[in-house]
Ligand binder design. Structure first.
Ligand SMILES: [Zn+2]
Length: 342
């Protein structure tokens, strides 16, 4: 089968289109004929050797793969060849304390395609049957692959963790990216008033099209000053923040009394100074959010299938253009997702 592998950490050029044996599904597994696989920023970090995650080289990337079931391993029931499926980006063990408590997104033994096992940058993917999600009939493979991490994470941050209510004001940072634009859409679906923040006017235009009433370019404008101006000095009730560093620091200054700031990423800086005085005087909450649970994935897949949420696909490229896709993401020149077609 055709697959893109890398044998050493490095720049996008280390990604190599090669031929690998078609894998056979073992007990409890199925083989998926991959029809679409989205590219994630984590893929770039894994390729560069910066992700601090356990991968073995050579490695096949690909966290979000959709396709059709092609072969069934021993002991698998309830799924048939030809079914259209998404491979969940996280497959919890189902047995540990976290899983038993329903915290499957926190399972320390979870298997993740493209990290501990080969991912979707290949024609075929062998995958645990219990990690499959059926695709709604109306959902294309490209849209399905572009959905789970961005919309599943946005749903977890805004609905499960922040419990955002209609009429609340929500600030979304990095609003032109996959997660940010998904968060704008989820917040709009929940009836919130959204302020988008991003580093380019083009990305802000897209965030407005997703439902934001205002956009702030934080490369040109002071984020907190502008948020306070837009909210009449009150600040925002909820902030979805996934950049960290100076952006998280500025977001802390944007919060209204009893505001909830949800953090889900720290590419822009992992250690952030915190002024505790406004924090306790305003009874602010800083809440962490990690990946997504199966029920959240099922919810967003259904909503995308119904057209209530719409993943924005910047472009669709053939598998052999994986290095080009990585270079595009590294240049921050894409809005929404890039999807590879093996
Ligand atoms: Zn577990």
């Amino acid at each position: 089968m055709r697959a893109v592998v890398f044998r050493a950490y490095g720049p996008p050029g280390v990604l190599d289109l090669t031929s690998l044996p078609i894998p056979e599904p073992g007990p409890g597994e199925v083989r998926i004929r991959v029809r679409a696989c989205a590219v994630n920023h984590l893929d770039l970090d894994l390729r560069a050797g910066k992700a601090r995650m356990p991968i073995t080289l050579p490695h096949v990337l690909g966290r979000e793969a959709a396709g059709t079931v092609d072969a069934i391993g021993p002991g698998v029931s309830g799924v048939a060849p030809g079914e259209r499926v998404l491979a969940a980006p996280i497959v919890p063990c189902g047995r540990c304390n976290a899983c038993q408590a329903g915290d499957d997104n926190l399972c320390p033994h979870a298997q993740m395609p493209g990290i501990q096992m080969p991912g979707g940058y290949a024609e075929y993917l062998v995958f645990p049957a219990r990690g499959l999600l059926r695709l709604p009939a109306a959902l294309s493979f490209e849209a399905a692959a572009a959905t789970p991490i961005s919309f599943g994470t946005a749903w977890r941050m805004l609905v499960t963790i922040a419990a955002v209510r209609p009429g609340e004001t929500v600030l979304v940072t990095g609003a032109g990216g996959g997660l940010g634009s998904a968060a704008v859409q989820v917040a709009a679906l929940r009836g919130a008033q959204i302020i988008a923040a991003a580093g380019s006017d083009q990305k802000l235009d897209y965030a407005r099209a997703c439902g934001a009433f205002a956009g702030i370019n934080y490369r040109e404008t002071d984020l907190a000053v502008e948020v306070l101006r837009l909210t009449g000095g009150r600040g925002v009730d909820v902030a979805v923040e996934h950049i960290g560093g100076d952006i998280l620091r500025a977001t802390l200054a944007c919060m209204a009394t009893k505001g909830r700031l949800i953090t889900g990423g720290g590419h822009g800086g992992e250690v952030v100074p915190l002024d505790v005085i406004p924090f306790f005087r305003k009874e602010l909450s800083l809440l962490g959010s990690r990946s997504q649970r199966r029920e959240e994935l099922e919810t967003v897949l259904r909503l995308v299938g119904e057209g209530a949420l719409v993943p924005h696909i910047d472009r669709v490229l053939p598998l052999e253009a994986a290095a080009e896709a990585h270079a595009l993401l590294e240049a921050r020149s894409v809005i929404g997702k890039v999807v590879l077609i093996p």
